[in-house]
Design a protein around this ligand. Sequence first.
Ligand code: ZN
Length: 423
Amino acid sequence: MEAFAITGGVLIDGTGKPPIEKSIVVVEGSKIKSVGKEGEIALPDGQGAKVIHAEGQTVLPGLIDSHVHIYTDGESSEFYSLPVNNNHLTLAMKSIPRLKRTLEMGITTLRDGGSGWNWLEVALRDAINRGDIPGPRYFATGYHLTVTGGHGYFLPPWLANISVHPEQSTIHCDGPNEWRRAARLNIYNGTDNVKVVASRDIISPGLATAPQATREELKAAIDEAHKMGKRAIAHAQGPEAIMNAIESGADSIVHGFFMDEECADMMAKKNVYLESTNLYVRMIVDRGAGDLPDWMVQKANECWEDRVRNFKMYLEKGIKISLGSDAGVPYIRQGDNARELSMFVQLGMTPMDAIIAATRTAAEAIGIAHKVGTIEEGKIADIVLIDGCPLENIDLLHDEDKIKMVMKEGKVIITRTPAPESK
Ligand SMILES: [Zn+2]
């Protein structure tokens, strides 16, 4: 069995406990064998055990992003013409290097928030699990369920083929029976989660906060997910849609834009996770003018102002926030997931809490906290080494040069040493 001792680094274990200076983490096979302070923990004695010196570095659990869309890679205007230029096979091929980059950027677990397109996520997940392609531990969600003309279906009506598996991220369904069937169809095709769309969006035309699916529709799909032991993720913006999703049993709310205090209280009370996706709003504000429609930029501005006003209220209420970068949407490249953590800190979260959002809490949101998300004895050895201290500078977590080593399941995926200098 391969064994490693990671010595001398500052350990932030993801549980929220204070950092441990001069730490030792012993990895044996795919698991963490022991964790503690130098001098208190025995080094592995087996032949060929390797020492990884982490002086000056921070030892962290592999990061976890509970919300991306692998079928896109941050294209802005091109995003809307994807179905004209690609089919699902093309997008699956394009996703392969994106998954590799994501892993090499320290994201060792990834949940897709729904990439549709003939269930390409399922094929990618299985390819990773077989060892055919490199990538994070990956969870598939399949098609978003949306009402006819609802958010997420980006084709105009004259091109929309309302069939069961369109080249889109979304399928249309109306009425509880169709919602139930669509959830079953996703699960039949091998998804790990079910995603429901409860409202429009700042990037879809019309009122972002307009609720779309009814509670009966949402509940029909969510119940189907729960019966099969799957998590239900709800896209929701605006108080009415957010409340509809919570009352229908959603486990996570994506976006939660324009959330009021009543919804925030309810989320905290019912332990519903929030994937707050601030980065894409900020990016549309910063870069959308002249590139994206004016109405979208205007809605993003209103949304960002609302976030600046209310994000601290969500924290005070104790809502569990998991990293959900929405990577893939305009201006967010796959692998840049941890940029969302910089948004968290900018909006008032402490760097330690941002790290917890990307480790322990994200693992809980996906339902895998018993296996990953923290550096503790017996957990799977997903570990990253960061040059410097992310508690002082959260941006280090998405700085490629600073991510010195990524380990997934006890295997070193990448190490980064300084580039040779030219004379
Ligand atoms: Zn999304």
